[in-house]
Design a protein around this ligand. Sequence first.
Ligand SMILES: O=C(CO)[C@H](O)[C@H](O)COP(=O)(O)O
Length: 234
Amino acid sequence: MSGVEAAKRLAARSAVDAFVKNGFKLGIGSGSTVVYAVERIAERARAENLQLTCVPSSFQARQLIIEHGLLLSDLERTPELDLAIDGADEVDDRLTLIKGGGGCLLQEKIVVNAAKDFVVVADYRKNSAALGQQWKKGVPIEVLPLAYRPVQKEIESRFGGVAKLRMAKAKAGPLVTDNGMFIIDWEFNEAPAEGWTKIGMELNNIPGVVEHGLFIGCAKKAYFGNEDGTVSER
Ligand SMILES: O=C(CO)[C@H](O)[C@H](O)COP(=O)(O)O
């Protein structure tokens, strides 16, 4: 296992061991680090006979829950969650996150919002003093396909930077999310001095924007796996 993979695994296992309790209704995030969290949740559920209910935040998360034999639910049957566990693309010193590198930000934000607590699991590359220092691919923004061009133009003219339509990897054309939307990656020039809250609200007010990948004021704690085998907590 590479250093980065070992770091992801360490962070995920530490968070699950510290936060997951019997009877919990869990929100399951998306991405490669969450794979290790679900692995550990399933391991503990078997070993300790934990009764857990899991609500996914993406197609990938749903598959992970099923593959690991965990009880699958949804927000209709389980609208209130005890804990959400998810990865991040970058975490700053105030626990403001950029999420959506994997294109699942909308459902992830809904699941996080339904949870009493939200814990982030990540490797050392995501640990940052200010957003943009580590993650160079910008803030993912989910948009209605018909609106992507005016949204791109408005973001660039109001906030500067470059707003790029994310293209699919193994298909010609744009990436389409689990919700049938497009993703714009907004590569901003610099982190706003006044913080991200105002920009987050302004992004949400642009017609055609469904949701953005700035997660502000919702994470309780972040676990970062380090290269030397230790875990940092924030
Ligand atoms: O926000 C996400 C998906 O939309 C992921 O949590 C984020 O991209 C981190 O993924 P990984 O654990 O693979 O680094």
